[in-house]
Design a protein around this ligand. Structure first.
Ligand code: MUC
Ligand code: MG
Length: 367
């Protein structure tokens, strides 16, 4: 059960259709595959998607942090010593995506060692999640086509629409076009990725008041401390925090300040061990969570699904699990399937999925 090595393998897989949003755009999954090896020959695996525009991490910085700092700190620990591993990782500030991947790979190794699914180890609440699809920036008609394709091919009936462009009317018009085309039975909510000022956000929310949105995520810059509080206090739908609330301490501050009333949990940035703390905090403070997407590959999606399905609170809302469908290829041996608007959590030991070594050899960038 002892960790003998931790690898960090940079790789790149292109997107067929890039995702565009207010803080950036992603054309290729330039990620890092993290693998934890144990002395029993077990290998735990996780995906690290660097997001420089959110956390400052890059593919090279994730490789450097994992191999240079974290691997020596966890090598020699048992895969059962997850709290010790977490404490050691947290001696270093920042680097959330690198830390999260080491944590998830460790849980995968633990599940494989015990022969149990990680989702069951974490809580085992359900074995499937309803799926929400993120619709990126495009002309309104193309955004409608994207959502209709997801509904027709995969039965998806919940959509997170990217907003935060200027002028804001192009976004409110696109959300209106989606509501008109998809009807009242689908769930729509919006994510601004910090694109609007509080005044723009308030105007845009008023312009969408009749569209039955269920929530709005991160409409304004995280540093607009009073502006975000002002917006949340007047909004008629819950305001969810994503980039402004990436640690338990930030989440506590945002919620107690009245600057948010829901939290996006991303396993890509808080792994499983810290995501459980985030979830407990949200439950204790009585706010909803959404399982968010960090533009995840299939492996990243499996981690989000394993965690989301493990607990009652994280399984309530549709989880953002579908954007891997826009990638040109993937590393997993068996593709994930979204059917009837839901994703079934893979059931094997650990995360229940295998990386295809030939695919990894094809896309890795370090050889
Ligand atoms: C989101 O919820 O903001 C966009 C960038 C990223 O890291 O995650 C996405 C989705
Ligand atoms: Mg977001």
């Amino acid at each position: 059960m002892k960790i003998t090595a931790v690898e960090a393998i940079p790789y790149s897989v292109a997107y067929r259709k890039p995702l565009r949003f207010a803080s950036g755009e992603v054309h290729a999954a330039e990620h890092v595959l993290v693998r934890v090896h144990t002395d029993d020959g077990v290998v735990g695996t996780a995906d690290a998607p660097p997001r420089p525009f959110t956390y400052g991490e890059t593919q090279a910085s994730v490789v450097a942090a994992v191999t240079g700092i974290f691997a020596p700190q966890v090598t020699g620990l048992s895969v059962l010593e997850r709290e010790t591993a977490r404490a050691r990782l947290h001696r270093t500030v920042g680097n959330p995506v690198a830390k999260a991947a080491v944590d998830i790979a460790l849980w995968d190794a633990l599940g494989r060692t015990l022969g149990v699914s990680v989702s069951e180890l974490l809580g085992g609440f359900t074995d499937r999640l309803r799926v929400s699809h993120m619709v990126g920036f495009a002309p309104a008609a193309r955004m409608v086509e994207d959502a209709e394709r997801m509904r027709d091919l995969h039965g998806v009936t919940a959509f997170k629409v990217k907003v935060g462009r200027r002028p804001w009317r192009q976004d409110t018009d696109a959300v209106r076009a989606l509501r008109t085309a998809l009807g009242d039975d689908v769930e729509l909510y919006v994510d601004g990725n910090r694109g609007w000022t509080p005044a723009e956000a308030a105007q845009a929310l008023r312009a969408m008041d009749d569209l039955g949105l269920t929530m709005a995520e991160e409409l304004c810059p995280a540093d607009d401390v009073l502006g975000r509080r002002w917006l949340t206090q007047q909004a008629t739908i819950p305001q969810f925090a994503d980039e402004s609330a990436t640690t338990p301490a930030e989440i506590t501050r945002e919620l107690l300040a009245g600057a948010a009333n829901g939290i996006s949990i991303k396993t890509a940035r808080t792994g499983f061990t810290t995501s459980q703390r985030v979830l407990g905090l949200c439950e204790g403070l009585g706010v909803e969570v959404v399982m968010g997407n960090q533009i995840d590959t299939q492996l990243g999606t499996v981690a989000t699904a394993a965690f989301g399905a493990a607990h009652e609170l994280s399984a309530r809302r549709p989880a953002e699990l579908s954007n891997f469908l826009d990638m040109s290829d993937d590393l997993l041996a068996e593709p994930l399937v979204i059917e009837g608007g839901a994703l079934r959590v893979p059931q094997g030991p650990g995360l229940g999925v295998e990386v295809d070594e030939q695919q990894l050899a094809r896309y890795r960038q370090d050889t």
